[in-house]
Design a protein around this ligand. Structure first.
Ligand code: PEP
Ligand code: MN
Length: 337
């Protein structure tokens, strides 16, 4: 349920509402907007009568949230969430581009990638050090050494770092090196991992599972937020359908749907969404046109020899061209890049 406080409600008035909710057994999540403070309560709805709260001093309105996710619902923060990472804002006026190789492979490869993507205008470098591979015999990532190389390449080029965390035990290590922790599609419903990430204060990039509905994606975000970490960035990365031409089916419609249902920033990953280098540019353009707050794109200086996902990795000149095209498309939908 939600209690929206009046404009200018005093701290004692807000505290009185919180105390009453806590006494009923609710956990309180407070969102301080520019105009209104919103109190989200998660707890025993049977003991909650909105009328008891509507008459309290400083309360504007009060209602039950019908969706199964509460904190991820747009009504919790109607104005939308902007996740701030260093001086980068995700969910604001600027479309944020994260780019880099699928995996960190060698010092030369990652420093070359960082230079390419920074020069073209990306603000965050991606690169997996722990790789969720379908086959146990495929390259599994360089682990901590990969994270170290990624951090150095980012720092040398003024970039932030996003990297995947596959397991609870890896959180402290990945958090030491990365600015944003990525939860991959295969782990979207690893609830123990999500709960633990709720206890961290690092932004989380949560990718949609290959067979997950939009509601399930938002419920997974709810797991993280219920722990008090509200800096969740969602990402459409393609879902599995009967179509076999592409690796996955890029669900562009998920972007405006999520933007309506949730206040969280929504990004798009057309690399995994299509699995084909030649389809990444059109889907990236479509995602920005559809209102995506950011893109995550695989780029490799020599994709034909990449240790993972070479077929969907852009060549440097393709990435530069994409950035040029996005500089034309973004303003048409009220954004910059
Ligand atoms: C990745 O970003 O390299 C990755 C493995 O993505 P996903 O979890 O979307 O497959
Ligand atoms: Mn990949």
């Amino acid at each position: 349920m939600l209690v929206v406080m009046q404009e200018g409600a005093t701290e004692p008035q807000i505290q009185a509402v919180i105390d009453r909710l806590v006494a009923l057994g609710f956990a309180i999540h407070r969102s301080t907007g520019v105009v209104h403070t919103v109190l989200g309560g998660v707890g025993p709805m049977e003991s909650f009568d909105p009328r008891d709260f509507e008459v309290m001093d400083g309360v504007k309105e009060c209602h039950r949230i019908m969706s199964p996710y509460k904190l991820a619902s747009r009504s919790f923060r109607p104005a939308g969430t902007v996740v701030k990472v260093g001086d980068v804002e995700i969910g604001g006026g600027k479309v944020v581009v994260m780019a880099g190789p699928c995996s960190v492979e060698t010092p030369e490869q990652i420093s070359c990638a960082a230079e390419i993507v920074a020069k073209a205008g990306a603000t965050v470098i991606r690169g997996g050090a722990f790789k969720p591979r379908s086959s146990p015999y495929s390259f599994q990532g360089l682990g901590e050494e990969g994270l170290r190389l990624l951090r150095k390449a980012a720092d040398d080029n003024g970039l932030l770092v996003v990297s995947e965390v596959m397991d609870r035990s890896q959180i402290p290590l990945v958090a030491e090196y990365a600015d944003i922790l990525q939860v991959g599609a295969r782990n979207m419903q690893n609830f123990n991992l999500l709960r633990e990430l709720g206890n961290t204060r690092k932004p989380i990039l949560l990718k949609r599972g290959i067979a997950a509905t939009i509601e399930e994606l938002l419920l997974s975000a709810e797991y993280i937020m219920a722990g008090g970490n509200y800096d969740v960035i969602l990402c459409e990365r393609g879902i599995r359908t009967f179509e076999s031409y592409t690796r996955n089916t890029m669900d562009i419609s998920a972007i405006p749907i999520v933007k309506k249902l949730s206040h969280l920033p929504m990004m798009a990953d057309p690399s995994h969404g299509t699995g084909r280098r030649d389809k990444v540019l059109p889907m990236a353009r479509a995602a920005v046109a559809a209102g995506a707050d950011g893109l995550i794109i695989e780029v490799h200086h020599d994709p034909d020899h990449a240790l993972s996902d070479g077929a969907q990795s852009l060549r440097p000149e393709q990435f530069t061209l994409l950035m040029e095209q996005l500089r034309i498309i973004a303003p048409a939908v009220g954004r910059t890049i």
